[in-house]
Design a protein around this ligand. Structure first.
Ligand SMILES: Nc1ncnc2c1ncn2[C@@H]1O[C@H](COP(=O)(O)OP(=O)(O)OP(=O)(O)O)[C@@H](O)[C@H]1O
Length: 912
């Protein structure tokens, strides 16, 4: 038997994108065996693996890691750093110049300077990109490692122990309960009302029930799908309710959906920030497609040199692409993630920082997020509202014997019952209860029923079902109530009085649960939701979970910064309204789960926008509300910590959770708060906005100055008898400029630029480009005119028409050097005008690194024409008179750009 397992282990060494036939066969084989045979074949035991067996298994089957598609091996990353349009065009130009300057050149004029210079440019841009990307990639990876998901396994020696998911091996016995992530493919050996969501594998949102019976294999016509097999649970699925024990039959790449699914589940939809970046890219591609052919035609027809014109127009295309954008975006995000980690906020998906900065609506659950997570049982009352210890006793039984998700409510009940017991009131402790009663069956909590039932039996064979849950739901099950040992029918008046009493407690901020019993319910193993009927209401439990001190302050700070907070909870409207009141959150209408269900998507979206509190929501309803708000164009963040929040987090632009949340919530979240202080969230949002501001700065200024350059090039190509810059010169200008931009992630951002949510906006990008670009063109054209009519004739010794070939060559070199230097000055200065709406350098100054790099770029570009390298690049040294002229042009440009910026601000109100 063991041989078969070894064969399977050895024969499946390849990564599994989709389950191969032999993997499926193996899983089906495991599903069909009786449990003892499963253990035998895996060389495992019900009591767990011994340490040496763990090692053997890991050696045989490999570790439980799924290849991460996100980060490729380092050599590939290095290669990829060199694969971008700038490099391609540089290599093309190098190839052409090897042909023209070497292969087809006469022996005495052979010269490889141009390809050598291009080689250096390729190297510099590639290495720079690689270093930047490595830095942000490493930062993201080390942050991700701080968030570790564990699972509970049974091992010989330590017994039940929590280990990281990747340490699970084949043969391990795993315990599952609500909120867990299934760590590997498991054969279920014991299950109690286990419902799992396989949506990350099958896309099917409805939870499916899993059981231990070997007979229940392969259901329905689609039974080929191994995911249908009911006694197997698969890696990446999540436990919605119930408990189970399973033995691991496949790990890592050998799991059913191994490589295809990351543990995060379904592929994320496009978030607001993703959409913004792709809209900006589309704008640029359109611009390029419109401009480049025109440049080619105009310069080709006027100059007649089609090869140079082609290379030149390709360089214009490269110049138009902010090819550093991906690198700058990851640089900005990596920097943002590090800043946030210092504020104890861990970013799991780097892009989420932008999304955080973009959100204008924050949806949050209530329990544990807005409240302190210190649930205290305040009162246990009979139906008339008098303290009654028997209500506590029954509730204790329910909480103590329930094996499903035990939450803070259950802990509070158990704690209180033990305290009362010590005072001689209630049960005296777990030992006594455990000896006099035994668990017979149970119906665990789920978010639709909102209650838990357990059936307990005593030595004499009496059984009783105890149910506790949301007041309305429990009352609906009861036909009678018990008061002072007597039972009475529940009339509509009694029902109303009960709900009024619960509502009054709710108004005091107390969460109310009902407790009911039923004698001799269905037998062990057959208990179903239908049996929860004809019950006797015993009384209520009232819990206090005070709002967090930081919540009110955070809600206020968020509102001041343009973020509206909405509360989406499974709890009742009264308690939620009370908590909102305490936090100073205005309650503009309440929508309940039932009302949400009655609306279609459009109506829900519209109502959701006007509503601040949503009560008694199921997980799917929470997700629907989030989707509705997003459909109206809002960027929505969702913050929660429970199983019932995961779907809404995935549906949001940015899922936020806390480190103490259940695994499912932590996995679904993009951002994890290590501290439960909500003010940290506000800091995170600000950091997201600053990150956005720096990215937008780069895109806006680069796009507008490149746009300006293209207009200038068109003018030059039409009126000049030569190209205003060669392809290599243009690319070099581009490269030096990009180098000066590498410090942008570290730039300071003015406070007024982060006062409201920030998101990519194609319209403002276009408007900025159309307004600022032409300003720089005007000064370019003035420069062209001065160079052509004054500076170049002075240097070359006469007007263009009067010069011989060498005179014309000097004329062209001087002209090109002149424009190169002027372009560098204006492009570099523009960053100081775009980064602030204040007076640059005086009221707001850039980070010193930006100023330093910009100044170095200017110095380099200004000195280059006078050097040997400049000569090789086709530049001639500029005369002193030119610099006097340049100073006037730069001053004129800055003044006009400030004016254009003011006009833009008047119309668009915000610069970035
Ligand atoms: N352990 C439990 N036993 C019985 N009933 C419970 C238990 N836990 C929750 N409930 C009931 O189910 C309701 C819904 O719970 P759910 O977890 O969806 O939301 P919540 O915890 O109240 O709030 P939030 O959505 O803000 O986290 C609760 O308001 C409560 O009435």
């Amino acid at each position: 038997m063991m041989r078969r397992a070894i064969n399977h282990a050895a024969g499946n060494g390849h990564a599994a994108g989709n389950a191969t036939a032999s993997q499926r066969e193996w899983l089906l084989h495991m599903a069909q065996l009786p449990v003892p045979r499963v253990y035998d074949e895996l060389n495992a035991h019900a009591g767990g693996l011994a340490p040496h067996e763990v090692e053997v298994s890991r050696e045989l089957w490999g570790p439980n890691v799924v290849a991460h598609a996100d980060r490729k091996p380092r050599p590939i990353r290095l290669l990829l750093a060199f694969s971008d349009p700038l490099t391609y065009i540089l290599v093309l130009i190098a190839a052409v110049s090897v042909l023209t300057d070497w292969i087809f050149a006469s022996a005495d004029s052979r010269d490889l300077t141009t390809p050598a210079i291009i080689g250096v440019m390729v190297l510099v841009s590639g290495v720079m990109r690689f270093v930047q990307e490595e830095r942000s990639g490493d930062a993201a990876e080390s942050l991700a490692e701080m968030i570790e998901t564990t699972c509970c396994v049974l091992r010989e020696g330590p017994g039940r122990t929590d280990i990281p998911l990747d340490e699970v091996v084949v043969g391990d016995v795993v315990n599952l309960s609500s909120g867990d992530i299934v760590p590997a493919d498991l054969r279920i050996v014991h299950a109690r009302d286990l419902f799992v969501s396989q949506s990350s594998l099958t896309g099917e949102p409805e939870p499916v029930e899993k059981v231990a019976d070997a007979g229940l294999v392969g259901t329905g016509p689609g039974a080929d799908a191994a995911s249908d097999v009911r006694n197997l649970a698969f890696m990446g699925s999540t436990v919605i309710s119930g408990t189970a024990r399973g033995v691991v039959v496949a790990t890592g790449a050998r799991t059913l959906f191994g490589e295809a699914t990351s543990l995060l589940g379904t592929a994320r939809r496009q978030t607001a920030a993703d959409e913004g970046v792709s809209r900006t890219s589309v704008l640029l591609v359109r611009l390029m497609m419109a401009m480049v052919p025109v440049v080619l035609l105009v310069s080709g027809m006027t100059k007649g040199d089609w090869l140079s014109s082609l290379l030149f127009s390709l360089s214009v295309a490269v110049g138009l692409t902010p090819e550093m954008l991906p690198m700058l975006v990851s640089g900005c995000l990596g920097k943002g993630a590090l800043d946030l980690s210092r504020a104890h906020v861990i970013v799991k998906r780097l892009g989420a920082i932008q999304d955080l900065g973009a959100i204008d609506i924050l949806c949050t659950d209530k329990t544990g997020t807005l409240t302190q997570d210190s649930v205290v049982l305040e009162r246990h009352l009979d139906v008339d509202g008098n303290e009654d210890v028997s209500v506590l006793n029954w509730a204790f039984m329910n909480s103590f014997f329930g094996t499903g998700m035990r939450n803070l409510i259950d802990s509070a009940i158990i704690r209180r019952a033990i305290e009362e017991g010590a005072r001689g009131g209630g049960p005296t402790g777990a030992d006594e209860i455990a000896t006099s009663w035994q668990l017979v069956d149970e119906l665990p909590f789920d978010f639709e029923r909102r209650r838990v039932s357990v059936v307990v039996g005593d030595e004499r064979g009496n059984t009783v079902m105890v149910t506790k849950g949301a007041m309305e739901e429990v009352l609906a099950l009861c036909s009678q109530y018990e008061l002072s040992g007597e039972r009475h029918a529940i009339t509509p008046d009694v029902g109303r009085a009960v709900m009024e009493r619960a509502a009054a407690l709710g108004d005091e901020g107390m969460r109310v649960l009902g407790v009911a019993v039923r004698e001799e319910p269905a037998g062990a193993g057959t208990l179903a939701a239908d049996d929860e009927c004809d019950m006797t209401l015993i009384g209520y439990l009232a819990f206090l979970d005070p709002p967090k001190a930081s919540a009110a302050e955070a809600v206020r700070a968020l509102a001041q910064n343009g973020v509206t907070t909405k509360v989406l909870t499974g709890d009742s409207a009264r308690v939620t309204t009370y908590v909102c009141g305490k936090m100073g959150l205005p309650v503009d209408g309440v929508l309940t789960g039932a009302e949400v269900d009655a609306m279609d998507d459009a109506e829900l979206a519209e109502r959701a926008q006007r509503t601040s509190v949503f009560a008694k929501l199921s997980p799917t309803q929470k997700a629907r509300v989030v989707q509705g708000l997003r459909s109206l164009g809002h960027a929505v963040g969702y913050m929660g910590d429970g199983v019932n929040d995961a779907a809404a987090m995935r549906a949001s632009d940015c899922g936020i959770s806390v480190d103490s949340a259940v695994d499912v919530a932590r996995e679904a979240a993009d951002i994890i708060l290590l501290e439960k202080d909500l003010m940290v969230l506000e800091r995170g949002i600000m950091c997201g906005r600053r990150t956005y501001a720096n990215m937008a700065k780069y895109v806006k200024m680069t796009v507008s100055s490149n746009f300006g350059n293209v207009i200038s090039v068109l003018v030059a190509a039409t009126f000049l008898p030569f190209l205003p810059m060669t392809a290599v010169q243009l690319l070099l200008l581009n490269l030096i400029y990009d180098l000066t931009c590498t410090a942008i992630p570290w730039d300071n951002v003015d406070d007024e630029l982060v006062l409201s949510p920030r998101r990519w906006d194609g319209t403002s990008m276009r408007a900025f480009m159309l307004r600022m670009g032409p300003v720089s063109s005007v000064f370019d054209v003035i420069t062209f005119a001065a160079l052509f009519a004054w500076i170049c004739p002075a240097v070359a010794g006469g007007a263009w028409g009067s010069l011989d070939a060498s005179g014309r060559a000097l004329f062209v070199s001087t002209f090109q050097a002149g424009w190169f230097v002027e372009s560098m000055w204006t492009q570099t200065l523009v960053v100081h005008l775009v980064r602030t709406a204040r007076v640059p350098f005086v009221q707001s100054h850039a980070a010193w690194s930006i100023t330093l790099l910009g100044a170095s770029g200017i110095v380099l570009a200004t000195l280059l024409p006078a050097t040997a390298v400049g000569g090789a690049l086709g530049f001639a040294p500029m005369p002193t008179a030119y610099f006097v002229f340049l100073a006037c042009v730069v001053a004129g440009y800055v003044a006009s750009a400030l004016f254009a910026r003011r006009a833009y601000l008047l119309r668009h109100h915000s610069l970035l």
